[in-house]
Design a protein around this ligand. Structure first.
Ligand code: AQP
Length: 334
């Protein structure tokens, strides 16, 4: 039996190379694995957990769908859809809310970080991991490829599945997080002690976005913060975090090993050579994506058709599980 893979990304802002390396690039690899059945989603309901401009959110959701196609996801091979088009997610989240202890949610690191930055903390922000559990569990997902920052939420989804199974009998598959060995946490270029974040995309030099033009990419990488030394090697030392981050980006995008990546810089004259090489590999990885994206965005009707077909396929999988859960919880099915 094929393993079912589910993962999502928020249309909350422009996608950066951290999102690409930690998640989307791996989705394309997963799509090409014959042992896997893949479902990828633009999780627009998650984006609502912090205030959004409605017009912008609609535009970004379409752009994200176009980006799925531009990176190489194929609607004939993977199910690609928009979360809010399949009501199972919101309904399922409510049902799971009713078996999830509130204390589990208050412990989530992302909730603590994000709520500290908000003037008014919306209930949706606290509840976000339950919606994410519904995304995963109603598809009988085996594996969830995510960056390191989402590992805790996948673990919570496991706890919710186990609790439901204990209360109502074997129902949900207990999913595994799939975290890459390299690139699971790409750090900010301007501060390599912090993860590269969509919500910081407006800060100059923080990130490189997938649709940035080559000049901007080069500028951001050439200005990336490093240390005062000159040694180019992978390292867990806090002081070498900037160099480690650049080397990681280089390693993942070239597909080389750590040793081979370090060897490429054995004769480098300094960090300038490393930055130049990283900028080159980032530009050559992103330029075709940017060009395809521009082209795909010109045919909105086709994009909307792909979204509709994807949502229909997603419903076929998730609706029977929703009915099963409702029945087990004591609801009368219409
Ligand atoms: N810096 C990162 N390195 C590697 N992977 C990352 N991901 C996010 N940041 C990095 C992974 O990208 C996927 C989609 O993320 P998301 O849309 O769920 O949003 P996020 O985690 O909230 O993304 P950001 O960029 O960090 O946004 P904000 O600023 O809102 O927190 C996930 O698989 C995630 O792990």
């Amino acid at each position: 039996m094929k393993k079912r893979i589910f993962s999502g990304i928020q249309p909350s802002n422009v996608i950066h190379i951290g999102n690409y390396i930690g998640a989307v690039k791996r989705w394309v690899e997963s799509q090409n694995d014959a042992e896997k059945e893949n479902i990828f989603c633009a999780v627009d309901l998650h984006a609502l957990t912090v205030p959004q401009d409605p017009k912008m959110l609609r535009e970004r959701t379409l752009e994200l769908m176009a980006l799925f196609l531009a990176v190489g996801l194929d609607p004939d091979k993977s199910i690609l859809f928009v979360q809010s088009h399949v009501t199972v997610h919101a309904e399922g989240a409510w049902l799971l809310n009713c078996i999830t202890p509130e204390g589990w949610l208050k412990k989530m690191t992302q909730y603590k970080d994000k709520s500290a930055k908000q003037e008014i903390v919306l209930t949706g922000l606290l509840d976000y991991p339950v919606l994410m559990a519904a995304d995963i569990l109603f598809y009988d997902t085996n594996e969830v490829p995510v960056g390191n920052d989402q590992k805790q939420h996948v673990e919570l989804a496991r706890n919710i599945a186990e609790r439901f199974n204990h209360l109502f009998g074997e129902t949900f598959v207990v999913p595994e997080p799939l975290i890459a060995e390299a690139g699971a946490r790409i750090m900010a270029l301007d501060d390599p002690t912090m993860k590269m974040s969509k919500s910081m995309a407006h800060v100059k030099g923080h990130s490189v976005n997938l649709l940035d033009d080559p000049k901007d990419i080069e500028r951001a990488i050439m200005r990336a913060k490093t240390d005062s030394g000159s040694e180019i090697r992978f390292s867990k030392d806090a002081e070498k975090a900037g160099v480690n981050n650049l080397l990681t980006i280089y390693q993942v995008l070239t597909g080389k090993s750590q040793e081979a990546s370090e060897l490429d810089f054995a004769n480098a004259r300094g960090y300038g050579d490393l930055k130049k090489a990283v900028a080159e590999v980032v530009i050559s990885a992103t330029e075709p994506i940017r060009n395809r994206h521009k082209e795909i965005m010109t045919d909105r009707a086709e994009l909307e058709r792909i979204m509709r077909v994807g949502a229909d396929k997603a419903r076929v999988i998730s609706e029977p599980r929703l009915a099963d859960v409702k029945r087990k919880m004591g609801l009368i099915l219409p």
